[in-house]
Design a protein around this ligand. Structure first.
Ligand SMILES: C[S@@+](CC[C@H](N)C(=O)[O-])C[C@H]1O[C@@H](n2cnc3c(N)ncnc32)[C@H](O)[C@@H]1O
Ligand code: SF4
Length: 451
């Protein structure tokens, strides 16, 4: 069993969460535009595709937030932005002759829950004109309970939302004050009941550990509250304190933050409570009921990882919609312009907003496969890698064997057939995954803490 204190000291260097490989800091300016034709071609090849739509607005700004968003008290900028989204969808419609069938659509942010009903209608109509949306399309949305309104529920119904993700973070008033996110348990419960009354059978709750002023007792109470709401899924993230990237995080007093060992204990305790309550642990930070699609995919070895976290979505192509949204094709990643104004100017003038991007090399595809399997299954098997990637695959297997031989901390092992992260070392999966990250070795970018 690795000693957590030693491991946390030895590997104090921050590592990525590997929601992609290579990770976003390695995307290159201008390459998005170069990948775009490949992405459109793969979207048009007859298979089902996915889409991600980003809404970069919130009516409040939580100090812990690391998402790409902007606070707005007025609705005009939001409805103007929806106009640009509709223009962007129209540009895809022109470029995709037959409507590709949409398998998954995720609305993230920011807070897509601040959209008004008529904007949901406009978005739904635009999407339906460009893509085939049918009974098998999964549509998920992130909801801030603060935005709970009748008109939101009507909008979600029109769009055909099948899955809702509700932000909780922590229920304790002192912690909430330290992160500027007041939100009562009752407010969250009422939203959840309203979401269920729409017939939405799958609900996720986001909770955080490592927050300012979060004690073990406060975290335990929060997790007990989450469990009492019986969501199908729970995402338990460690608070990523990155004030050099997110200026408003400087409003959080660093002296109020739990230290690395306390964070580790909090993660372990929250996990134990969720597992005791019957949730199955999925990958490094998700939990799901045993009959939930995520748990079934984990069991079947078909779980995937993308920018939204763990997913059952295995589509090769994802279309990015909105400022900063990231899409994917077999050729590489495409990221839309991040500044909202620049994104709007581009799509309003008839030009898709692809800016940064990344073109995969064969080595990237190999390492992306190994890292995704480690993050999802905590192992990768050698034979499929040799078969699929030929001599490159053989080299990676040798590399994995050498890594396992040189590991003095019990973080990984191999039996000659697979490379594995043992159960006791799973909290350190990001560290082990980073050993296969060829880009990380040359990177100066600073990520968040590994645990
Ligand atoms: C876009 S927000 C969720 C939707 C909605 N805006 C809300 O706050 O309820 C996505 C999630 O990212 C997570 N998150 C945001 N900032 C984070 C940070 N600094 N570290 C870890 N998780 C973070 C939170 O759990 C949050 O619920
Ligand atoms: S956590 Fe959610 S509501 Fe708070 S600022 Fe971030 S995106 Fe907005």
């Amino acid at each position: 069993m690795p000693d957590p204190i030693e491991i946390l000291q030895k590997y104090a260097k921050p590592v990525p969460r590997y929601t992609s490989y290579p990770t976003a800091p390695h995307f290159q300016q201008g390459l998005g535009e170069a990948i775009l034709p490949d992405m459109i071609a793969s979207a048009a090849n007859g298979g089902r595709i996915s889409a991600y739509m980003h809404i970069p607005f919130c009516d409040r700004l939580c100090w812990f937030c690391a998402c790409h968003t902007k606070q707005t008290q007025r609705y005009d900028p939001v409805s103007a932005y929806v106009g640009s989204l509709i223009n962007e969808i129209g540009l895809y419609r022109e470029r995709l002759s037959a409507r590709p069938a949409l398998a998954h659509l995720h609305l993230g942010g920011g807070s897509p829950s601040l959209l008004r009903q008529d904007d949901f209608v406009r978005i739904a109509e635009a999407l339906e004109s460009a893509f085939l949306i049918d009974g098998d399309t999964e549509i998920s949305i992130e909801i801030d309970p603060n935005d709970h309104r009748e008109d939101l529920l009507a909008g979600m119904k029109r769009l055909g939302v099948t899955r809702a993700s509700i932000g909780v973070q922590d229920f304790d008033p002192a912690v909430q004050e330290a992160i500027n996110r007041p939100q009562s348990f009752e407010q969250t419960r009422d939203l959840l009941l309203a979401v269920r009354s729409l017939g939405i059978a799958s609900v996720n709750i986001d909770a955080l550990y490592g927050l300012p002023l979060q004690t073990m007792e406060r975290l335990e109470n929060t997790i007990a509250g989450v469990i009492s709401l019986s969501p199908e899924r729970v995402a338990l993230f460690g608070y990523a304190h990155v004030p050099w990237m997110k200026k408003h995080q400087t409003l959080i007093r660093e002296g109020d933050l739990p230290g690395p060992m306390e964070r580790f204990r909090q993660a372990q305790r929250a996990e134990a409570l969720l597992v005791e309550a019957g949730y199955i642990k999925i990958g490094i930070d998700h939990f799901a009921r045993a009959d939930d699609g995520l748990a079934l995919a984990a069991q079947a070895g078909t779980l995937g990882r993308n920018f939204q976290g763990y997913t059952t979505d295995r589509c090769e192509t994802m279309i990015p919609l909105g400022a900063s949204a990231i899409g994917r094709s077999p050729a590489g990643y495409v990221q839309n312009l991040v500044p909202t104004g620049q994104y709007r100017t581009s799509v309003d003038n008839g030009k898709l907003a692809a800016a940064k991007g990344y073109r995969f090399t064969p080595d990237d595809l190999l390492r992306a496969h190994a890292i995704e399997r480690l993050m999802c299954d905590f192992e990768f098997r050698f034979e499929p890698i040799r078969q699929r990637f030929g001599s490159l695959g053989h080299h990676l297997v040798e590399e994995a064997m050498a890594i396992a031989r040189n590991d003095e901390d019990g973080l990984c092992e191999t039996d000659g057939e697979a490379f594995r992260i043992p159960l006791s070392a799973r909290p350190f999966a990001r560290i082990v995954a980073s050993w296969f990250d060829a880009h990380m070795r040359q990177s100066a970018f600073q990520y968040s803490k590994a645990v």
